[in-house]
Design a protein around this ligand. Structure first.
Ligand code: SAM
Ligand code: SF4
Length: 383
């Protein structure tokens, strides 16, 4: 069930935590849309000749900066080169400041049937600290307007672990998100990336992230609240009402091939990964003037594929199928790491089912990165 990802690399302003690829200059926007339609043609066979797109995802950057005409241009090209399932999940990431009543009506009239709205917080000082382009009032209004326009499939992004005197603001953020009755939430712990304003401030001692225990407590609060509101944690940072998982992201985590278009996008065809150059002018020039997508190809070794499967599956509620890992990817964790697997279970960090599926407990999810790393090293040794 392959998916299509389109990266829209433009933002009104740079958020202080974000190291995704984007430009704050709109000068190349229409040329880049044209280049995306060309790339659709150039890479129509990337996933093989016989497939139907089950999901389409506009990510960014800020895809809600695309005009109705630009979206139309892209959809026309998609339908010219690909078959799209009639019930395809078509998601657009949107920023609250773009979601006016007119804009949501426009989006509702397009093929887009799922919105992922980047709220981050309902607390004004936190939005300002992060340099978001919207107010707390706009955060709430964006969701309500989208619902009024008929969008049922809505996800909101929130960030926790933001410096604060106590946990009350995070508690209020969660309460507000639940009050909006959105079927899907993505909640991320603030990470300080070196090449961002927060990263540079941290180096100079001008930004102090909260201690790990503070962030861990907020993650625990999140899990408690999620459960009491009837949501499922189907991936470490992703929560939904029953049946409302993101089909697009779930397919990534299951290792299903996908095609990613636009600068900085990744693609996966089952054996290799392709990384498109994260540079808007070079991408546009190469695609439009030379009909070439500037990209590097990384052939995945069996170890790479096993590591990727471990990294993604361990974060999901479905867990890591140790039989699949051993039979299809050549890594026998039960044989080589029996002691560590027992240690994880004795500490209450993971469970191992009778059919050999390893799943992290809530306590274990707090240590997901360390546990994955530990299993990674072993994978390398056994290769
Ligand atoms: C890259 S943005 C793209 C969507 C859209 N531009 C927006 O701002 O909502 C996707 C999400 O990644 C999360 N994110 C990006 N960088 C992060 C960081 N350093 N720490 C925590 N969350 C981050 C934010 O929640 C954001 O909504
Ligand atoms: S979080 Fe979203 S709006 Fe902010 S810089 Fe990153 S991609 Fe752009």
């Amino acid at each position: 069930m392959p998916g299509l990802y389109l990266h829209i690399p433009f933002c009104k302003q740079a958020c202080h935590y974000c190291d995704f690829h984007f430009s704050t200059s709109m000068a190349l926007k229409s040329r880049l849309v044209e280049a995306l339609t060309q790339e659709l043609a150039l890479r129509a066979d990337y996933l093989g000749p016989h497939f139907t797109l089950e999901t389409i995802y506009f990510g960014g950057g800020t895809p809600s900066l695309l005009t109705a005409a630009e979206l139309d241009q892209i959809f026309t090209a998609i339908h010219r080169h690909f078959r799209v399932a009639p019930d395809a999940e078509i998601t657009l990431e949107a920023n609250p400041d773009d979601l006016t009543a007119a804009k949501v009506r426009e989006l509702a009239a397009s093929p887009i049937n799922r919105l992922s709205i980047g709220l981050q917080s309902f607390h004004e000082p936190h939005l300002q600290l992060m340099n978001r382009a919207h107010s707390a009032t706009e955060s709430t209004a964006a969701v309500q307007l989208a619902q009024e326009a008929g969008f049922e499939n809505i996800s909101v992004d929130l960030i926790y672990g933001v410096p604060a005197p106590d946990h009350s603001l995070w508690e209020q953020d969660l309460a507000q998100a639940f009050a909006l009755q959105v079927p899907h939430l993505s909640c991320y712990a603030l990470t300080v990336e070196p090449d961002t304003v927060f990263g540079r401030q941290l180096k100079k001692g001008a930004f102090r992230p909260p201690p790990d225990e503070f962030v861990a407590r907020q993650f625990e609060m999140l899990l408690t609240e999620i459960t009491s509101h009837g949501y499922e944690q189907y991936e470490i940072s992703n929560f939904c009402q029953p049946g409302r998982e993101s089909r697009h992201n779930s397919a990534y985590w299951r290792g299903v091939p996908y095609l990613g278009l636009g600068p900085s996008a990744h693609s996966f065809d089952g054996v290799s990964r392709q990384h498109t150059l994260a540079n808007n002018p070079k991408y546009v020039a190469s695609v439009l003037e030379r009909a070439e997508v500037p990209a590097t190809i990384e052939l995945l070794s069996p170890t790479d594929r096993a590591n990727e499967y471990l990294m993604t599956s361990l974060r999901t509620s479905q867990g890591t199928d140790l039989r699949h890992l051993s039979t299809n990817l050549g890594v026998d964790l039960l044989g080589h790491r029996a002691d560590y697997l027992t240690y994880l279970q004795l500490n209450g960090w993971a469970t191992l089912s009778a059919d050999e599926v390893l799943t992290l407990t809530d306590k274990g999810k707090l240590l997901a990165d360390q546990i994955t790393l530990e299993l990674f090293q072993i994978t390398d040794f056994s290769d």
